[in-house]
Design a protein around this ligand. Structure first.
Ligand SMILES: [Zn+2]
Length: 493
């Protein structure tokens, strides 16, 4: 196990964890949001972030501090905590972003790490190479090699108690992300940012983002704290947490406020387009949209930034509660309805149901079937696998109806969409207690038929019959031909 990170609760790929930051003498509960502080701009003070918003950790850019002479001198003299006046943990970025934007920076990875240590950063970052999406595979491989050399060099820098980030790159090549994750996990570095995903999020490419994170996670293993670097829109937090991200940083709260953009968990709105404020934070409780529009520029920016932060922290709390209650994927389903590309992201998440299933608890509160995607949740996958291990008699009646009479079959099992068949004794166990709409969805029937097929194929010597409530022909076609079919809706006529 990595000493700095402990898992408390899990749901799908999401987890509540504790990140111990020894240099700050602080334990940060994850999923956590790190507000981004530009040391040269002061939208909302770090002290206020801690006291009003409950921020336990923030992130600032050591390269900007390094390059601004008076700030650099003050940071070296007094330390970062005093400079920013922040009581929690401080993570520092290294200038990789500037490197990606401007093509060069005037400091080496070792120098900037030593500088971060010297100014009292709690979690430092080497200069990695953020390979953009759609770079050629050759470029992604070449740059990944450089990043890996820098991580190895970072291990040799004396950073004392400062934790050190090990960024995971690899562009949109999942196998490179996986290799990068495995290499990073093999170093003695501490926290693992999945890098260069900002361009994906700017273009609403949530499906590619999920594939990149899933690849990195396969290489990293379960005990690694994962930071989705540059991801600050609350709309996609639940999705990213469900794939296993633990840390987010938000510059969005301040950048968006500057352009009169108002964050919600269902997307961004422009203040000019709002007739009502769909929020009860102190800012929205005290102002109407018209009143906000009439404020002087600087003040309006501050108020909007405060709202943006409130809604962002609120979503993090909602996600933690969902993990605790075991209904994170139901929250993701709701968020996925906010934008078609978010739905693509959720559908891609379910492509990795196999990976999620490993950390998903065996038992939770209740499974709510709320969309066709619910039929692909890890719980359904796990049930289908479990079917391969169940003992079956020589003849078995699988039915959506009553057990049937007489002794035509040795036993009768229930069939419930989306899970498929199971022995009646399991009826009260998770997830078979699921709440499913009475107007059953086609995807749920198909998943149930696939469950039947799984059981039949695993037990070729058993004689099966299936009693179904009028399944469409295409659904029934998924059941092996050897199964005797009884349409219960016809027999009741
Ligand atoms: Zn608000």
């Amino acid at each position: 196990m990595r000493e700095c990170f402990e898992l408390r609760d899990t749901d799908a790929g999401g987890r509540i964890g504790e990140l111990t930051v020894p240099r700050a003498d602080v334990t940060v509960e994850t999923p956590a949001l790190l507000p981004v502080i530009n040391p040269n701009l002061d939208t909302i003070s770090p002290r206020r972030l801690a006291e009003e918003f409950g921020a336990e950790i923030l992130i600032t850019n050591s390269y900007i501090i390094y390059g601004t002479e008076d700030v650099r001198e003050a940071a070296l003299e007094d330390g970062l905590h005093e400079l920013l006046d922040f009581p929690g943990a401080i993570m520092t970025d290294s200038g990789s972003f500037q490197l990606a934007e401007y093509g060069e920076i005037d400091v080496t990875s070792e120098e900037i790490l030593e500088f971060q240590h010297a100014i009292g950063s709690d979690i430092g970052t080497p200069v990695d190479i953020p390979t953009p999406p759609d770079a050629s595979r050759e470029q992604a491989e070449r740059e990944l090699e450089t990043t890996q050399e820098r991580l190895e060099a970072a291990e040799t820098v004396d950073t004392g108690e400062m934790l050190v980030n090990a960024p995971v790159q690899g562009s949109i090549y999942p196998d490179l992300r996986e290799e990068a994750g495995r290499h990073a996990q093999g170093t003695d570095l501490d926290v693992f940012p999945v890098g260069a995903v900002v361009p994906l999020m700017n273009d609403y490419r949530y499906a590619d983002m999920i594939d990149a994170v899933a690849g990195a996670k396969r290489g990293l293993g379960a005990d690694a704290p994962v930071h989705l670097f540059g991801a600050g829109h609350p709309m996609m937090f639940a999705l990213a947490v469900a794939m296993g991200c633990d840390l987010f940083d938000s510059a969005a709260y301040a950048l968006y406020a500057r352009d009169d953009r108002y964050l919600t968990v269902r997307g961004t709105r422009h203040l000019d387009d709002l007739d009502y404020l769909p929020c009860s934070c102190p800012v929205c409780a005290a102002h109407s949209p018209a009143e906000l529009r009439e404020l002087p520029d600087k003040q309006r920016e501050k108020e909007l930034a405060a709202h943006n932060l409130h809604v962002t922290f609120e979503e993090i709390r909602r996600i933690k509660q969902a993990i605790r209650a075991g209904n994170l994927l139901e929250l993701v389903e709701q968020r996925a309805r906010a934008h078609p590309t978010m739905l693509d992201g959720y559908r891609t998440l379910l492509d990795h149901a196999d990976q999620l299933e490993r950390s998903d608890p065996v038992s939770k509160g209740a499974f709510f079937y709320t969309s066709s995607e619910s039929a692909r949740r890890p719980e359904v996958l796990r049930h289908h696998r479990r079917l391969e291990r169940l003992d079956v008699p020589d003849s078995l009646f699988l039915t959506e109806g009553s057990p049937g009479s007489g002794d035509e079959y040795d036993d009768s099992w229930r069939v419930e969409p989306p899970f498929g068949p199971f022995p009646r004794a399991l009826s009260k166990s998770y997830p078979l207690t699921a709440e499913v709409p009475a107007r059953t969805h086609r995807a749920a029937l198909e998943a149930a038929a696939d469950g039947v097929a799984r059981l039949v194929e695993t037990n070729p010597d058993t004689e099966f019959a299936l009693g179904h409530r009028g399944w469409p022909t295409e659904v029934v076609a998924r059941v092996p031909e050897t199964v005797e079919l009884i349409d219960l809706t016809e027999s009741y006529d």
